[in-house]
Design a binder for this molecule. Structure first.
Ligand SMILES: Cc1cc2nc3c(=O)[nH]c(=O)nc-3n(C[C@H](O)[C@H](O)[C@H](O)COP(=O)(O)OP(=O)(O)OC[C@H]3O[C@@H](n4cnc5c(N)ncnc54)[C@H](O)[C@@H]3O)c2cc1C
Length: 205
């Protein structure tokens, strides 16, 4: 035990370690070669309680505010030896917080719990082929048309981009600069939505 990690953190650490040793470590070299892993692994991670760390209990998470719980679980996930695998598991940690915090109640209750159970996959889509650092200049445009938006643009380098079900997408709904940017939640089955070919990258899925 340390000044930072308590018994609950230790239990979570052991669950994460068991998950990695049982379901990931035996296959990770094969998955690295293939550049892909079975989708069912999200379900297994969800069953082990590893996906909901830091999310509100009301939405199926462990509760907010315990950063060392996240640290303990993250340290164990890295025993997979694959940063790409851990990032893919964790794309929900960047895609889902805006939904959990700012979406309408019925939307967050519909979207967040299935992702934390590993049944659905969430991603955050900000970067565009024209640039990533300068978010304030993003070009993807969303125009309101009745009760929906028409979105035109491209995103690139999106972690879990090929396999996600829900995308939190940064779009321009207003004028130039950061003040004109909004986040839209776009589902994979939205008419007109498509994913491109999977890029060959070093160790990142
Ligand atoms: C492993 C990985 C996972 C990623 N996952 C996601 C994801 O899930 N979702 C997502 O939206 N994006 C994701 N990205 C994209 C990432 O956010 C962008 O790569 C990053 O923002 C940089 O953008 P860029 O690659 O277009 O480089 P650029 O923005 O074109 O920058 C290129 C170079 O120019 C420098 N530069 C840029 N602007 C300035 C400036 N004003 N002054 C001085 N130097 C400058 C940068 O430091 C860099 O060295 C991921 C990237 C990687 C590598």
């Amino acid at each position: 035990m340390s000044d930072y990690f308590n018994d609950i953190h230790q239990q979570a650490r052991l669950s994460a370690r068991k998950f990695i040793e049982t379901h990931v470590r035996p296959y990770i070299d094969e998955w690295e070669e293939a550049g892909e892993f079975p989708r069912e692994i999200y379900l297994k991670a969800g069953e082990a309680g590893l996906l909901g760390v830091g999310f509100p209990e009301a939405l199926g998470g462990t509760g907010e505010g315990d950063i060392f719980l996240k640290v303990a679980v993250s340290e164990e996930l890295m025993r997979s030896t694959s940063g790409g695998f851990v990032a893919s598991m964790g794309s929900l940690d960047i895609g889902l917080p805006p939904v959990a915090k700012w979406a309408r109640k019925e939307v967050r209750e519909e979207i967040v719990p299935p992702v934390l159970r590993g049944e659905k996959i969430a991603a955050l889509a900000i970067t565009e082929p024209g640039g990533g650092s300068d978010v304030a200049s993003l070009k993807t445009r969303a125009v309101r048309d009745g009760d929906h938006y028409v979105v035109n643009g491209n995103k690139i380098f999106i972690t879990s981009g090929i396999r996600a079900d829900h995308y939190t997408v940064a779009v321009r709904t207003g004028g130039e600069g950061h003040g004109g940017i909004s986040l839209l939640l776009i589902d994979r089955d939205t008419p007109g939505f498509s994913t491109g070919k999977k890029l060959k990258k070093m160790g990142w899925w």
